[in-house]
Design a protein. Structure first.
Ligand code: FAD
Length: 286
């Protein structure tokens, strides 16, 4: 069964993992995958460096490992720094391994790497994938607007191009304010976007993550979120538990509001994923 068909019957629940750093052993992520797989998500997606990170060679191996465990792997595929020939080579390798679910992405523009201009936008890659074979294709979307777009309306217009090109479903950038997601969902529907939209949820469970959220993520931080983070930032265990509780609260509210799916940015932390999964599985399936 493809992921796009799962949305017809249920609220999809999925995880995202990333390949280990070049210097780390791949065995660590394999152990994490074993634990995540035990939670029986609908799919596990694997991030892929947009270029220059050197660890993307692991992404296909990780996706293969996920497939071996009987779970659908979704391979992220950024295109901006790759030639058509390089994309073809990755796709050929993916097909050889039976990986037919792709999250098609542009990738961030790196000021130090002049973009290869074979694919300018995710929508170009999606049209290309559609012409190549029977892929299940996901795309990214941004409830609080992609930073390159002037307005959310413009971004949603571009999102419609992505969906028209053949995206089967969408996964959002992380957000902490569910109202921003509901507003985006309404505007996307009004623009004629009618594919399922999974909500991307990032449990913020340590101080490094708080700092990253505040400085780079661009998501608005609701007062409730900031208060919790400030109160517990010097108490690692309490912060972890508060971050998990915040994510659970977000998910319960989203499930009650009829969300199509929840995509958990696990940050390769199986403990956090299990706590959240245990707390919400009955609610999501209700
Ligand atoms: P696009 O859809 O191309 O959009 C980028 C900008 O161009 C937007 O401002 C949009 O409004 C505009 N635009 C889009 N289409 C058109 C068009 N046809 N004409 C004119 N303008 C257009 N990055 C990685 O490198 N590796 C990963 O594994 C990865 N995983 C991600 C997973 C998720 C769920 C998300 C939300 C993001 C992920 N990213 C990843 C980050 C992503 O690559 C960046 O956010 C990137 O800047 C935009 O990618 P995109 O696919 O949304 O691009």
């Amino acid at each position: 069964m493809k992921v796009k068909d799962k949305f017809k019957d249920k609220t999809v629940f999925s995880f995202e993992v990333f390949p280990p750093k070049k210097t780390s052993s791949i065995d660590v992520i394999y152990q994490t995958l074993g634990e995540l797989g035990g939670l029986r998500p609908d799919f596990i997606s694997v991030t892929f460096g947009a270029g220059g990170s050197g660890n993307s060679r692991f992404a296909l191996d990780i996706a293969s490992k996920i497939k071996e465990s009987g779970i659908i792997p979704v391979l992220h595929l950024p295109c901006i720094n790759f030639t058509k020939a390089e994309i073809d080579a990755t796709l050929a390798e993916a097909e050889k391994r039976g990986i037919d679910h792709i999250l098609a992405l542009r990738g961030d523009i790196n000021p130090d790497i002049p973009p290869v201009k074979d694919f300018l936008h995710a929508s170009d890659l999606i049209s290309y994938l559609r012409s190549k074979g029977d892929f299940d294709i996901a795309g990214a979307c941004y409830p609080e607007c992609h930073p390159d777009a002037e307005t959310l309306e413009e971004d949603i217009e571009n999102l419609r191009i992505k969906v028209d090109a053949g995206a089967d479903h969408l996964i959002t950038q992380l957000f902490f304010d569910n109202d921003s997601f509901y507003d985006f969902r309404d505007k996307a529907a009004a623009a004629g976007i009618n594919v399922p939209i999974e909500a991307g949820i990032m449990p913020v469970v340590n101080k490094n993550m708080i700092e990253r959220m505040v400085t780079t993520c661009g998501a608005s931080l609701p007062r409730k979120f900031v208060k919790i983070m400030q109160r517990y930032e010097h108490n690692p265990e309490a912060l972890r538990d508060a971050g998990i509780a915040y994510a659970i609260n977000q998910i319960v509210d989203l499930a009650a509001s009829g969300v199509d799916g929840i995509h958990l940015y696990t940050m390769n932390n199986a403990y956090v994923a299990r706590k959240i999964s245990d707390a919400v599985s009955g609610i999501i399936e209700a």
